[in-house]
Design a protein around this ligand. Structure first.
Ligand SMILES: [Zn+2]
Length: 467
């Protein structure tokens, strides 16, 4: 196969922005040189040449939080790994880190093997976080398997006790000790379950369960309480803790407080917590905007943007959990509506338009949050998340001037609706290379199943020698 020369683009990674030409050979980045360096070989027709004047090249974008083919409440999400990965590739995403349901018998070898099978028709690369809902001797022993299976992290819930997801408070301390021994990073979905149960009861009794009451039933204070409680545990255990989808000003305040006391707290937020607000839950078809944690006020949007601007968030990821309209509209009770929205495909363009274009973050900071940092934190770096010579040629080619309306017709999720229907972005990915192969440019170009599981080493947060 001919080498591919990507010329005249600007490269962006955590080193900075520079004018360089990139050479791809097979699945890898073969060279980075000053513009024009390859002119002689180029003139001898040795390469397939793609002129990317006016475009950027990023290390392949990573969505570190997706739920493809998620079985929930008697149904399954609209996007499986095939359709979900097509939408991801169209949005410049080359790797996702999805979730694995908890196996009640603690057999992680089986749970990982089964999930790998479900993911095998993906067109982009993938890794997983293993959900852990219980802790005992057997689970403690088996947790060590995760590392050998190529996983870097587990996910804990402080809520959803009613459906069995919640890890009991009295198990945290032993669990954290064990995670420290085996170098597995804990993630937490932080919402205080007891308070939410009380509020659910109060609102239900008064018949106030429509979508617009969802934020009142799960207010920001519940997030702050859970962040504090588990953050305290992490501090005691001298362990890093990664908080998924932080959604509220109160939650961010709790993170700040813990950090001021030297807790190692890492935080992720999602585009919808920055760009959508609770007024969407008063719209017609409000169900389409319901997820957990819920959308909050414009004040929260603003506080979270400040956090993004000042480096308080290490990762932006989407919590992509796509149900179609029919599934979403089955109920008008916030206690029953299937929670979750599609997001992976629109993550990069939204963050560029509203973050970089509005001078809230630099383009380099955007690339750190969407690629470099998740790769490091979840043990995929430098194979993913870097433009280093010799690593996977996962590349997102981005046209900063391309305008697009984020309507469902322009997107690829099987959800069939777009929560960002009202948004027009300027700046859009135009080519997506996964391990050297152009998998999306205007249309799908990859074979079903051409993505693969990427073996993770332990999180950079747990290594003595940090990258
Ligand atoms: Zn999630």
């Amino acid at each position: 196969m001919k080498k591919i020369l990507l010329k005249n683009a600007k490269l962006v990674d955590d080193i900075g922005v520079r004018k360089s030409d990139l050479l791809i050979e097979g699945e890898k980045i073969a060279a980075e040189e000053k513009r024009g360096f390859f002119a002689e070989e180029e003139s001898k027709n040795q390469f397939k040449v793609i002129d990317l004047k006016g475009k950027y090249i990023f290390p392949g974008i990573i969505d570190a939080h997706t739920h493809y083919l998620l079985h929930s409440r008697g149904t399954v999400t609209a996007d499986d790994f095939y359709q979900g990965s097509i939408a991801a590739a169209a949005g410049g995403v080359t790797t996702v880190i999805d979730y694995i349901d908890f196996p009640v018998d603690g057999d992680f070898k089986r749970s990982v093997a089964e999930r790998k099978k479900e993911a095998s028709d993906s067109i982009i690369d993938y890794n997983f976080h293993q959900v852990v809902q219980d802790f005992n001797e057997n689970i403690s022993k088996n947790l060590a398997d995760l590392k050998d299976l190529g996983l870097a992290s587990i996910k804990l819930f402080t809520t959803y006790k009613d459906v069995g997801y919640m890890i009991e408070r009295d198990q945290w301390s032993e669990l954290f000790k064990r995670l420290k021994e085996i170098e597995i990073l804990p993630q937490v979905h932080a919402e205080d379950d007891a308070l939410i149960q009380d509020l659910k009861e109060v609102y239900s009794r008064r018949n106030l369960t429509a979508p617009e009451f969802h934020p009142a039933i799960r207010p920001g204070i519940t997030e702050a309480l859970a962040v504090k409680e588990m953050g305290e545990e992490a501090l005691q255990a001298d362990m890093p803790l990664y908080i998924v989808h932080l959604s509220s000003a109160e939650g961010l305040e709790a993170v700040r407080d813990l950090r001021s006391r030297k807790a190692q707290i890492y935080a992720e937020t999602a585009p919808h917590y920055l760009l959508l607000d609770s007024s969407y839950l008063k719209r017609e078809e409000a169900q389409l905007y319901l997820m957990t944690p819920p959308l909050r006020s414009k004040y929260d949007n603003q506080k979270l943007w400040q956090g993004v601007s000042t480096g308080e968030f290490q990762v932006v990821a989407t919590d992509h959990c796509a149900f179609n309209k029919e599934q979403k509209m089955q109920s008008n009770s916030s206690l029953e509506i299937l929670p979750g929205i599609p997001g992976t495909e629109t993550m990069l363009p939204l963050l560029y338009s509203s973050g970089v274009r509005n001078n809230r973050i630099t383009i380099r900071e955007m690339v750190e949050m969407l690629s470099v940092n998740p790769a490091k934190i979840f043990g995929l770096y430098p194979e993913k998340g870097s433009l280093e010579v010799g690593t996977d040629a996962d590349l997102t080619v981005f046209d900063p001037n391309l305008e697009k309306k984020l309507t469902a017709e322009n997107l690829h999720s099987a959800a069939g609706y777009s929560p960002y229907n009202d948004f027009t972005v300027k700046g859009y990915p135009v080519m997506t290379f996964r391990r050297g192969e152009l998998i999306f440019a205007d249309k799908l170009r990859a074979e079903k199943g051409s993505g693969k599981f990427i073996f993770a080493h332990s999180s950079s947060l747990l290594q003595t020698q940090n990258y």
